[in-house]
Design a protein around this ligand. Structure first.
Ligand code: AMP
Ligand code: MG
Length: 487
C-alpha cells in the first residue's frame, strides 16, 4: 500500500509534445472537501484507502497541490457531435495530470475534471458542478461493478466555489482513471487538420502502448481497428443487455479502448423502453436507447475515415462489417445468461425479442423482472411475474415457450438456477431517482447518502441486508426525471 506521495509517474502522452496537448495548471477550488472516494479505484493505484480522509487528498484532487512529477496537460481533439463535425474541441475543463504505474505494471491516467479554464474552454467556465460530478463518479464505479467496461472514478471533491448553470451551484472535481484518455476524436483532429506526421505518431502511440499484441500481426493497424470494433461491439452489447443509455455518443466521447466514457445525462432504464431518450436536448432521439447499436457503428465509421491514411478502404469496410455480428453474439450470449440458459438455440433471439416487446407494452421494470425470474423455478417465477403484464395472454404464451426452453436446457436445482441467474442479474442499479436523492443530500452538505449508494452499487448482484430501499422501482416523482444536460 502506498502513501499519496509514493505514486510513480511516467507521462507518456505528455511526452508527445505541444502538438497534442498544452501545459495548464489546475485552478483550485475554494474549501475543498472529500465528498466520496472509491476504495476499489484507490486499489488500482495501490493507494492505502485511509489516505482519502487526509487533508492533502482533498488538496491534491481539488487543484491546490500537485506532485512534482505530474505534468498537467489539456489534450486537443475534435469530433462529430450529433452527426455534425466540430473541428476543434479538446479538454475544456479537464486536465490529464499524468500517468501512474501500479505494482502490477498497469498504467492509469489521472484526469481531473472541473479543473478550470484551458485553451479549449471555448465559451465554458472550465468548471464542473457537484451534481454532475457525483453522477459521473457513481456511474463509473457502478458500470464497472456490473462488468461493463468503463473509465473509473477515484473521488469527488466538493467546494464552496460558486458555479453558474441554470442557477448558482457549487464547483466540484472528479478524478477520473482510465488506461488512456485518447478518443476517436483525437484521430479525427489530426486527420481533418491534415497533420499526417502527428497522426502517424498518435497511431503508433496507441498501437504500441494500448494494442501491443496487434504489432505481431501482418497488418498491425488493421488488427488494431478490428480490435477496437470488437471492443465497442461488446461494450454496447452490455449497455443494451443491462439497460444503460449513454446519452451523448459523440465521437469525442468514444474511447479508443472501448470503455464507457464521458458521461452526460446518462440513465439506466427503469421500465423497459427501447425508444427511451435520456438526453433532453436530443430532440430527434439520435442517441435513444435502441439507436445506440447503429450509432456505435456510425461512430466506428467516423474513426475508420480518420484511419484511411493507414488502412485500405476495403479492409476498413470489411472490419466495420464485423461490428453487427460481434454485437449480436455478445448481446445474445448475455441475454441467454440473464434468462438462465446455458445452451444456444436458433430461436433464442426471438424469445428475447418477444419478451422485450411484452415488457415495453406493459412498462415492466427491466432490472427487477430478470432478478425475480431467477428467484425460483421457471414455472413458479413466471406464474408470479404475469401480474406485471397488461397482455397476460401474451405473457402466458411467452412463458410456455420459456418453460419448454428451460426444460430443454437441462436439469438443474432451484438453488443452482438462482445462483447462476443472480450472478448476472443485478438487484441494484443506478436509478436516476437514487442518484437524485444522493445529490440533494450532498448539495446540503450531507455526503452519507452518496457514500452509501456507491457502496450498495459496488456489489450489485449481492442482496445486502437493510438495503431493500435501493432495489425498488422509482416512486412517482422519480419516474421521468428531467436530468439537466448542463454539467
Ligand atoms: P462534454 O459534453 O462534457 O463531452 O463536452 C464537450 C466539449 O465541451 C469538451 O470539449 C469539453 O471540454 C467542453 N466543455 C464542457 N463543459 C465545459 C465547461 N463548463 N467549460 C469549458 N469547457 C467545457
Ligand atoms: Mg466529452
Amino acid at each position: 500500500m502506498k502513501a499519496l506521495d509514493e505514486l510513480t509517474f511516467d507521462n507518456r502522452f505528455a511526452r508527445l509534445g505541444d502538438a497534442f496537448s498544452t501545459h495548464v495548471l489546475p485552478e483550485p477550488l475554494d474549501e475543498p472537501r472529500l465528498v466520496v472516494a472509491s476504495d476499489a479505484a484507490m486499489a488500482l493505484l495501490d493507494l492505502d484507502p485511509t489516505v482519502a480522509d487526509t487533508p492533502v487528498f482533498a488538496e491534491l484532487f481539488g487543484g491546490h497541490k500537485l506532485w512534482a512529477e505530474a505534468e498537467p496537460r489539456a489534450m486537443v481533439y475534435s469530433g462529430h457531435q450529433f452527426g455534425g463535425y466540430t473541428p476543434q474541441l479538446g479538454d475544456g475543463r479537464g486536465l490529464l495530470l499524468g500517468e501512474v504505474y501500479n505494482q502490477a505494471g498497469e498504467h492509469w491516467d489521472l484526469h481531473l475534471k472541473g479543473a478550470g479554464m484551458t485553451p479549449y474552454s471555448r465559451m465554458g467556465d472550465g468548471r464542473a458542478v457537484l451534481r454532475s460530478s457525483i453522477r459521473e463518479f457513481l456511474a463509473s464505479e457502478a458500470l464497472h461493478a456490473l462488468g461493463i467496461p468503463s473509465s473509473r472514478a477515484l473521488c469527488v471533491i466538493g467546494s464552496s466555489t460558486p458555479v453558474w448553470r441554470e442557477k448558482q451551484e457549487r464547483g466540484a472535481m472528479v478524478l477520473r482513471l482510465a488506461p488512456s484518455h485518447i478518443r476517436f476524436g483525437h484521430f479525427e483532429y489530426f486527420y481533418y487538420t491534415k497533420k499526417p506526421e502527428q497522426q502517424a505518431e498518435l497511431a503508433e502511440h496507441v498501437l504500441s502502448l494500448h494494442y501491443p499484441e496487434c504489432k505481431e500481426q501482418p497488418e498491425p493497424y488493421l488488427a488494431m481497428f478490428r480490435e477496437i470494433v470488437e471492443r465497442n461491439a461488446e461494450m454496447i452489447a452490455k449497455w443494451q443487455a443491462y439497460g444503460f443509455c449513454h446519452g451523448v455518443m459523440n465521437t469525442d466521447n468514444m474511447s479508443i479502448l472501448g470503455i464507457t466514457f464521458d458521461f452526460g445525462p446518462f440513465a439506466f432504464l427503469d421500465d423497459f423502453d427501447a425508444h427511451f431518450i435520456c438526453n433532453h436536448s436530443d430532440h430527434e432521439g439520435r442517441y435513444s436507447f435502441s439507436n445506440q447499436v447503429p450509432i456505435g457503428q456510425w461512430n466506428l465509421s467516423a474513426l475508420a475515415q480518420a484511419l484511411t491514411p493507414f488502412i485500405s478502404v476495403e479492409a476498413l469496410k470489411e472490419a466495420l462489417g464485423l461490428y453487427l455480428p460481434f454485437y449480436q453474439a455478445h448481446y445474445l450470449d448475455l441475454m441467454r445468461r440473464r434468462l438462465g440458459l446455458t445452451t444456444a438455440e436458433d430461436d433464442d433471439q426471438k424469445l428475447v425479442e418477444r419478451l422485450l416487446k411484452l415488457m415495453q407494452n406493459s412498462g415492466v421494470d427491466y432490472t427487477l423482472f430478470f432478478r425475480r425470474l431467477g428467484d425460483e423455478s421457471a414455472a413458479l417465477a413466471v406464474a408470479r411475474l404475469r401480474d406485471d403484464f397488461v397482455d397476460m395472454a401474451g405473457f402466458d404464451a411467452w412463458a410456455e415457450q420459456y418453460k419448454e426452453r428451460v426444460a430443454r436446457d437441462g436439469n438443474c436445482s432451484e438453488e443452482q438456477r438462482r445462483e447462476r441467474m443472480h450472478a448476472v442479474n443485478p438487484l441494484y442499479i443506478l436509478r436516476n431517482y437514487l442518484a437524485q436523492n444522493a445529490i440533494t443530500a450532498a448539495e446540503s452538505g450531507d455526503y452519507s447518502e452518496v457514500r452509501r449508494l456507491h457502496e450498495v452499487l459496488s456489489k450489485p448482484f449481492e442482496e445486502q441486508a437493510g438495503m431493500e430501499q435501493y432495489a425498488q422501482r422509482p416512486p412517482d416523482w422519480g419516474k421521468h426525471l428531467e436530468i439537466s444536460c448542463s454539467s
